[in-house]
Design a protein around this ligand. Structure first.
Ligand SMILES: [Zn+2]
Length: 403
């Protein structure tokens, strides 16, 4: 008897077998990812897209027919691809690019998510050979390699990716959590330790292992926390406003309706461009800040570059649009004056701290991002120390001071 149920069962079996073979193939290709590959759970079901996809609980969604028919190396490549997303925590890192819960989605929400998905593929495929012809990588995008997805996301805001490139498939639903968050974290640390011990993995994996093994130097999380706190304190000082038109006023154009929403706090970023800070470090800090501000619902910031004088404020909607000007000596005080003139509620300062500071606490809430550990910021500022990726100083990077 060759009824549909029987054919389905055959496809399921063949898919399962092919998955097992592909996983072994992948483990041979990248031995340092073996334990991660074997932590995957295969969910074989009809709703899965033709190409493998994975959810945040480490379930790989496999289409029975397509998986049964796929060559083992092709299937194995996709397993490596998705394990890379999972280990690098791309699902959590996507959150700043997703629409905010409980808010009407901004017009850009859809494109932001698409941009993130492409950026995450660029980070992952950078370290994977033999990608499919339509895969997104720094090379196929014409962008520099070795960057993090957050940076690719900022760069993708400036270019149109070639239309034939396709990001990886997304699963139709999130499967059951077979492991706890702690187990997944321990798995990531074990993989990272293995990568460091072998020393043969591609550069992107080495850098990832370094940061995974030193979560205490995660200045990104601290920066995000301080900026969020700054925004909420600033929001508490801002009045309700009639300045924004209500959504309803479009439907009733002759009536002026008050907009009963709080305006977002005004964010100004003061960048020390005196020349003592590396361009890479500033870029990294700016793109990180980009993600943090997006996550907080802020869609633009004024940026003021300052060496010994403050340059005209740039109003940007992404870190990639910031033009870094300056290069002289350092005195950030004119920058503080200019920032207060923009009406900033929250002022984020990027500096190595080798500058005279204002004598008094400025009106805005101030978060100082200090590069390196040679200098300190005044007591009225919240401070986070930033270290360039790959040059983290574990004992000092966690230093955060609140006023
Ligand atoms: Zn992908």
């Amino acid at each position: 008897m060759n009824d549909p149920a029987r054919r389905r069962a055959d496809a399921m079996n063949a898919a399962e077998e092919n998955f097992a073979g592909a996983r072994l193939w992948a483990a041979t290709r990248a031995p340092y990812l073996t334990s991660a590959l074997f932590a995957l759970t295969a969910l074989i079901h009809e709703d899965a897209p033709p190409r493998p996809s994975a959810d945040e609980h480490w379930n790989v969604h496999l289409n029975p027919e397509a998986t049964a028919a796929a060559p083992v190396p092709e299937l194995g490549w996709w397993l490596l691809h998705h394990v890379s997303h999972l280990l690098r925590d791309h699902h959590a890192r996507a959150r700043p690019y997703a629409p905010h819960v409980g808010e009407p989605p901004p017009d850009s929400a859809h494109t932001d998510v698409e941009r993130w998905v492409r950026a995450a593929d660029a980070e992952v495929n950078d370290d994977l050979d033999d990608a499919p012809a339509d895969a997104i990588s720094p090379e196929t995008l014409g962008l520099p390699d070795g960057l993090l997805a957050e940076r690719y996301a900022a760069l993708l805001d400036l270019i149109d990716p070639p239309p034939h490139l396709r990001p990886c498939a997304r699963p139709p639903f999130t499967g059951p959590a077979a492991t706890t968050e702690l187990e997944r974290e321990l798995l990531a640390r074990a993989v990272a330790a293995d990568i460091q011990a072998r020393g043969t993995a591609p550069g992107g994996w080495q850098r990832w292992a370094q940061s995974a093994l030193h979560p205490e130097v995660n200045w990104r999380a601290r920066l995000a926390r301080l900026v969020r706190r700054g925004l909420s304190r600033a929001a508490g000082r801002v009045d309700y406003s009639y300045s924004r038109p209500s959504r309803r006023s479009a439907a009733a154009p002759s009536i002026v309706l008050p907009a009963l929403i709080r305006p977002l706090p005004r964010v100004t970023v003061l960048v020390d461009t005196s020349g003592s800070i590396g361009r890479t470090a500033l870029d990294q800090a700016l793109s990180e800040l980009d993600g943090v501000l997006r996550a907080a619902g802020s869609r633009w910031a004024e940026v003021i570059c300052c060496d010994t004088r403050a340059y005209p404020a740039q109003r940007v909607r992404s870190a990639a649009h910031v033009e870094l000007v300056g290069g002289g000596g350092t005195d950030l005080r004119p920058g503080f004056t200019a920032a207060q003139a923009t009406g900033a509620d929250l002022l984020v300062v990027l500096t190595d701290g080798d500058t005279p500071w204002p004598d008094r606490r400025p009106r805005p809430y101030v978060v100082v991002c200090l590069f390196g550990d040679d200098h300190d910021a005044p007591g009225w500022a919240s401070t986070v120390r930033l270290f360039e990726d790959g040059h983290d100083a574990p004992d000092r990077a966690g230093t955060v001071r609140q006023p």
